[in-house]
Design a protein around this ligand. Structure first.
Ligand code: NAX
Length: 327
């Protein structure tokens, strides 16, 4: 049997983790022959809830779950961890300005980046889910001075999966037939779900979808506003689908993307596609042997370039709003 891997998960008392923890513990992330040790982190107000979650994890008798702990101290939770899901963050409360939200969360992710840098494995893979995910990811990465920035990513996979399904429904194919979806930019309403490279059973989508206006007028706004639509329907934000996306993101990063396909990850921009360096931006990536590469050579139309520029402008303005946390 392999040596157990340590997986830190923050926001452990919240609704996304209530789905994610159980899937990680049963082997959905790393496979049926990889034991895991779970390190839960939340704030003191959620200590009692974490206790209950630990009890339920015990009650599942998962064969792969070798040990688990709950803490309110980031350094304790991140010690020696191989994988970290940073999910916990402060929600926007009544009267709070967007700038205040960015700053409060920035403070949380600064401290967590520093703690990861001090105590996590040097190869730790970090996925930031807590919103604003891209900018929080940038802050955590910036403060993890002893770690490679390529260890950090932010979650765009829920947007990616939403886009795949809406497209599959439109053309009447199973999701399985579709490849090469990309969601550029920010996990926000400015994101650009880009179908221009999508293949359906190896053929360009454009040979099947005869309705270009649908993409602009229905598809793109539907994906951009899907989070709000789920809140409207459920009275709560996406949780199980977010947990599934986080798990898929980390699984593909570690175990690789299928040949000929790619996924969307928020990763530190390197200047590709004219996106300014130093943003945590949704981009198409392939993964192999635990490393991602940004897909190169995609031909972008002037309209696509303009939509990418708009969402990156939003990322730049978020970065400016937290400039004091990026010194
Ligand atoms: P919940 O409010 O259910 O849970 C959040 C948990 O985080 C709470 O238990 C809270 O005590 C904890 N927390 C707060 N500050 C913390 C800190 N400093 N350290 C550790 N834990 C802390 O939210 P949930 O629905 O689970 O969502 C979590 C985050 O994911 C939110 O920021 C949400 O906006 C974000 N999302 C991001 C998505 C993405 O695609 N990037 C999609 C889903 C989700 O909306």
């Amino acid at each position: 049997m392999k040596k157990p891997l340590r997986i830190a998960i923050t926001g452990a008392g919240g609704q996304i983790c209530y789905s994610l923890l159980f899937r990680v513990a049963c082997g959905d992330l790393l496979g049926p022959d990889q034991p895991v040790i779970l390190h839960l982190l939340d704030i003191p107000a959620a200590e009692q809830v974490m206790k209950g979650v630990l009890m339920e994890l015990e009650d599942c008798a998962f064969p792969l779950l070798r040990d688990m702990s709950a803490s309110t101290n980031p350094k304790a939770a991140f010690r020696d961890c191989d994988i970290a899901f940073l999910i916990g963050s402060r929600p926007r409360s009544k009267g709070m300005e967007r700038r205040d939200l960015l700053e409060i969360n920035g403070g949380i992710f600064k401290a967590q980046g520093q703690a990861l840098s001090e105590v996590a494995q040097r190869t730790v893979k970090v996925l930031v889910v807590g919103n604003p995910a891209n900018t929080n990811g940038l802050i955590a990465c910036h403060h993890a001075r002893e770690l490679d920035p390529r260890n950090f990513s932010s979650m765009m996979r829920l947007d990616h999966n939403r886009a795949l399904t809406q497209l599959a429904l439109k053309i009447g194919h199973p999701v399985h037939d579709l490849q090469r979806m990309t969601v550029w930019g920010n996990h926000s309403t400015t994101q650009f779900p880009d179908v221009s490279q999508v293949l359906v059973n190896g053929s360009p989508l454009t040979t099947i979808l005869q309705d270009p206006q649908w993409v602009e007028q229905i598809f793109i706004p539907t994906i951009q506003k899907r989070g709000a639509a789920v809140i409207e329907a459920r009275g709560l934000s996406s949780a199980a689908s977010a947990a599934n996306a986080a798990l898929s993101h980390m699984r593909d990063w570690i175990r690789g993307t299928p040949a000929g396909d790619w996924v969307t990850m928020g990763v530190p921009s390197d200047g590709s596609y004219g996106i300014p360096e130093g943003l945590m931006c949704g981009m198409p990536v392939t993964c192999q042997e635990g490393h991602y590469e940004i897909v190169q050579g995609i031909e972008l139309s002037p309209q696509s370039r303009s939509l990418i520029q708009q969402t990156c402008q939003e990322l730049s303005s978020e970065k400016e709003a937290v400039a004091m946390l990026l010194d």
